[in-house]
Design a protein around this ligand. Sequence first.
Ligand code: SF4
Ligand code: SF4
Ligand code: SF4
Length: 231
Amino acid sequence: MKLGLVIDLDVCVGCHGCAVACKQWNTSGTTGPLTDTDAYGAEPSGVWFNRIRSYEVGDYPHNKTVHFPMSCMHCEDAACVTVCPTGASWKRQEDGIVLVDQDKCMGCNLCSWACPYGARELDPASGTMKKCTLCIDRIYDERLPVEERQPACVLTCPAHARHFGDFDDPESDVSRLTRERSGYALMPEMGYKPTNKYLPPRQKRTVDTSDVARGGVRDKLKAWVNRVVAR
Ligand code: SF4
Ligand code: SF4
Ligand code: SF4
């Protein structure tokens, strides 16, 4: 199995719901709590497994705002695993999930420097590295109904921009969406083979609002007003 996420950049509205759901679930999960410092002060800081960046792309009138959620890509050739000197960072053979063993991590930060996607979060309170677990403590929990064995971020997204599944299964939602919507990996040229895929935002449609396009409504209205006034 090769488990991962597909994120649809065409429909993500940047609401941060996934980031908050992730934090809520994982703060009491296998690697929680996810610390916050100075949360209401001048210099708030905290541990977030999933962060959303927003960009304005293109030139007017073809410009568009694109919201870009990013969490661990669960890379096939994970740089974070290669560089970890204690073996705390590891990749599961059976499903490809990359995890950090909190008991082995010494917080040296090497994996964070190696990760090209900025997916690692050093928790100052525990002195250990933390990251997206693909909600491993949800997706395999047989006490949950089958439809709830999904990552918290996927379940909460109001736009249905996030999809979870097995990329090794050609009939899974994530494989089908990637195939049909030309999904791509982020920065594949780096060579780490990220599992997660992004669906590109579609071109913004330009709507012709000229009077001609609207069937000359303004001219017809003007003629009608003139007739009424002339009576
Ligand atoms: S995205 Fe970063 S933290 Fe996640 S597997 Fe790849 S290198 Fe490791
Ligand atoms: S899969 Fe789970 S841990 Fe990863 S970003 Fe989503 S909610 Fe957070
Ligand atoms: S919850 Fe969905 S729509 Fe909101 S930021 Fe996350 S991916 Fe985008």
